[in-house]
Design a protein around this ligand. Structure first.
Ligand SMILES: Cc1cc2nc3c(=O)[nH]c(=O)nc-3n(C[C@H](O)[C@H](O)[C@H](O)COP(=O)(O)O)c2cc1C
Length: 353
């Protein structure tokens, strides 16, 4: 149930709720800023079983916006080490590093300046790449089709960044293959119309995702945790379905991934996706039934009852919750009144709950 511990390899989650990744668009020169230090330290003290940092990118041209985090060299490493060490002085919470490449969703405005909008020349646009030269949407530029040389460079960048995240002290590595970013662009027939080894059939569209996954498995320590955010449903005619996702997750399991978390929509700005309570749990239950891999559910999961229902019915092993940790930071403390141990409520706060 919600307050049961969960051990994966050598990492123990004190309970079944993790803080999901949330981009802050607040990096300074692509490095964690004072905002990140403050924001992440706060999130580390809210009782969750793990904290996954926002999407971080393996190179400058992989970013979504100018204000995203990049981990690509020893200068960046120093900042990430500092932030991990700072949090670990306050909290024993396991920390996750989410690695992503924006592909054609890159070179965008930060959302509160212009939502879902590409940079123009005067804003300092950069070249974006994708499996095929297909626009994201009407007002988006045509991305450059990736050639094999550039694909190999991207694979190396992922490995380099993942190695640095390990050196920074992260416990969990999550490979982002969803939300319309580069690896999702390769997986989805909506955005991938290649006819080489990276496009065409389902297995070819999955090739790059699985090659990067295998590369990460080789360098990520076995005693830590390795997972992926996958797309279970494009919510579009001719898009990815749960059966495609099952193929991908089976392969990830064979490679040695510890967990997946399914997402939906995102390959174009508007799809038939309907957001309602626990809307992605249905994908988790299929993955759990058919593949022997840990699954966490995410997406509008809000109550103790919902979480207990998900865990006790084995729809998923744990859940991620994002927005509530911002708009009602102590929600988990409130429902965990009798579970001070599993929440690791700091003793300074014991009398307050
Ligand atoms: C501000 C914000 C930033 C987000 N950034 C990321 C991100 O970096 N990586 C990711 O996979 N999901 C990201 N998400 C999606 C969340 O992790 C989560 O899946 C989504 O908000 C649904 O969960 P919730 O209903 O509990 O908020 C973001 C969501 C929000 C609200």
């Amino acid at each position: 149930m919600i307050f049961n511990k969960l051990r994966i390899n050598n990492i123990t989650l004190n309970n079944r709720v993790v803080v999901g990744p949330m981009c802050q668009y607040s990096a300074e020169n692509s490095k964690p800023s004072k905002w990140h230090f403050n924001h992440l330290k706060k999130l580390s003290q809210l009782g969750a079983g793990a904290l996954i940092f926002e999407s971080t990118f393996p190179s400058q041209d992989a970013r979504i916006s100018k204000k995203d985090l990049v981990l690509s060299n020893n200068k960046d490493l120093k900042f990430f080490k500092d932030i991990v060490n700072d949090i670990k002085k306050l909290s024993k919470i396991p920390l996750g590093f989410q690695i992503s490449h924006a592909g054609k969703k890159g070179s965008s405005h930060i959302p509160w300046e212009k939502f879902n909008s590409p940079l123009s020349k005067k804003d300092g646009v950069w070249k974006t790449y994708a499996p095929s030269a297909i626009r994201r949407d009407r007002y988006w530029p045509i991305p450059f089709e990736l050639n094999l040389k550039k694909i190999n460079k991207i694979k190396k960048d992922f490995v380099n960044s993942a190695k640095l995240s390990n050196k920074s002290g992260f416990d969990i590595l999550e490979l982002h293959m969803a939300h319309g970013y580069l690896l999702h662009q390769f997986f989805s027939p909506i955005s991938n119309q290649r006819n080489d080894q990276y496009g065409g059939t389902l297995s070819k569209r999955a090739n790059l995702l699985l090659e990067i996954a295998s590369d990460l498995r080789k360098i990520w320590p076995k005693d830590k945790v390795l997972g992926a955010r996958v797309t279970a449903d494009d919510c579009l005619k001719n898009g990815i379905t749960i059966n495609d996702c099952l193929y991908l997750v089976n392969e990830l399991k064979n490679i040695g991934f510890d967990y997946v978390t399914p997402a939906s929509g995102g390959i174009i700005p508007f799809t038939k996706k309907k957001i309602r309570p626990c809307y992605q749990v249905k994908y988790c239950s299929v993955l759990k039934k058919k593949v022997n891999i840990k699954v966490y559910a995410n997406g509008m999961i809000r109550t103790e009852k919902e979480i207990n229902n998900i865990i006790s019915n084995k729809y998923a092993d744990f859940v991620a919750v994002s927005k509530p940790f911002i708009n009602d930071p102590y929600w988990l403390y409130k429902i965990g009144n009798n579970n001070k141990k599993s929440l690791q409520i700091d003793k300074q706060y014991h009398r307050c709950f």
